[in-house]
Design a binder for this molecule. Structure first.
Ligand SMILES: *[C@@H]1O[C@H](CO)[C@@H](O)[C@H](O)[C@H]1NC(C)=O
Ligand SMILES: [Zn+2]
Ligand SMILES: [Zn+2]
Length: 323
């Protein structure tokens, strides 16, 4: 049973790790308020100077650290999949379309990842401030008329926000995403939504193949009906815990990867649903957060799912001069 404890500890560590990343990557807009700010203050007081600088560099200035980390994680998962799962899965006669589908999906995902990293989120500049200001009306609840940005001294269009990391005001600001090292705004949120969706689907597909593979192994080896001799010399029928333990010892890396994928699906899937939900109701993460903080509910801007999506996926109809 020691093994199960180890496995549970591993899961807890993984959950903690992933939640820390989620927290930090979304912190520019959604830091869970005072409690977390306090926690951060305490941590920064306790941690050594070099660590603070490192964290500061990763989260408060533009740096490719998380882009690199993202690519490394991608490569690790796919290397593992290719070396250990692919051959066996084909031998075990799992449908080859399903087995090769993850490669197609990750290509789609990398395309949108690249788009998110490099595209213009909708920077407000001297040339386009007039045009951008005319796009949305000020609601005087969350966004007030005749505000100028204190840092870039340009007009502040409704729904925009100054991003301290990028140093620009961004039209229809959603949030600054460290994973793509770019802001998410009016002109690239469509790429971001598709990026999130394709990443979740890729993870789900990988998890499906790996689960099918493990099930096939268990079924073909008759592990569930096998008996083993325990330490007291008695014959026992293998239990579920025994089977899991056996799989873990036989394919440790595959099981680790599967655990990671399940967590990814859980957190990323939740976040993807959240952002898609905001999008089809014509809101941004920034507005959702602001509304929550001032406990206002400036709703009623939605003109139906289709026109909301149209605004996101064809932003250039509103910024025609830009083209
Ligand atoms: C979305 O909301 C904004 C106000 O926040 C409004 O100006 C805009 O017309 C709305 N767009 C759609 C498609 O409903
Ligand atoms: Zn600004
Ligand atoms: Zn930014």
């Amino acid at each position: 049973m020691d093994f199960l404890w180890l496995f549970i500890c591993y899961l807890i560590f993984l959950i903690l790790g992933v939640s820390t990343f989620c927290f930090f990557s979304g912190r520019s807009t959604r830091g869970l308020d005072v409690a977390l700010c306090r926690a951060e203050q305490v941590i920064s007081r306790l941690s050594p100077f070099w660590l603070q600088r490192c964290i500061g560099r990763c989260f408060h200035t533009r740096s490719g650290a998380f882009v690199v980390l993202h690519l490394v994680l991608d490569s690790l998962v796919f290397a593992e999949y290719t070396w250990e799962v692919l051959d066996y899965s084909l031998e075990l006669e799992i449908n080859w379309i399903l087995v090769f589908l993850p490669y197609v999906l990750i290509s789609v995902n990398l395309y949108y990842f690249y788009k998110c990293c490099t595209s213009d989120p909708g920077k407000v500049t001297k040339q386009n401030e007039e045009l951008y200001t005319r796009v949305y009306e000020y609601d005087e609840i969350l966004f007030h008329h005749s505000n100028k940005c204190a840092t870039c001294h340009l007009l502040k269009p409704a729904r925009s926000k100054h991003c301290g990391v990028c140093g620009n005001c961004i039209q229809r600001f959603d949030h600054h995403c460290v994973w793509v090292n770019n802001c998410i705004g009016a002109l690239n949120i469509r790429h971001f939504l598709l990026y999130l969706l394709s990443l979740t689907v890729t993870a789900a597909c990988l998890a499906a193949v790996i689960t099918a593979f493990l099930l096939q192994v268990v079924l073909l080896s008759h592990m569930m009906t096998a008996a083993y001799v325990d330490s007291r010399g008695q014959q026992e029928i293998a239990s579920l815990a025994y089977v899991i333990q056996h799989l873990f010892l036989t394919f440790p890396r595959i099981i680790f990867t599967l655990g990671f994928l399940f967590l990814l699906i859980f957190f990323l899937g939740g976040y993807t649903c959240f952002l898609w939900y905001l999008s089809i109701t014509n809101r941004t993460t920034n507005e959702w957060y602001k509304a929550w903080r001032v406990s206002a509910s400036p709703r009623g801007y939605s003109r139906g799912i289709l026109s909301n999506l149209k605004e996101i996926f064809q932003p250039y109809t509103r910024y025609q001069k830009e083209r």
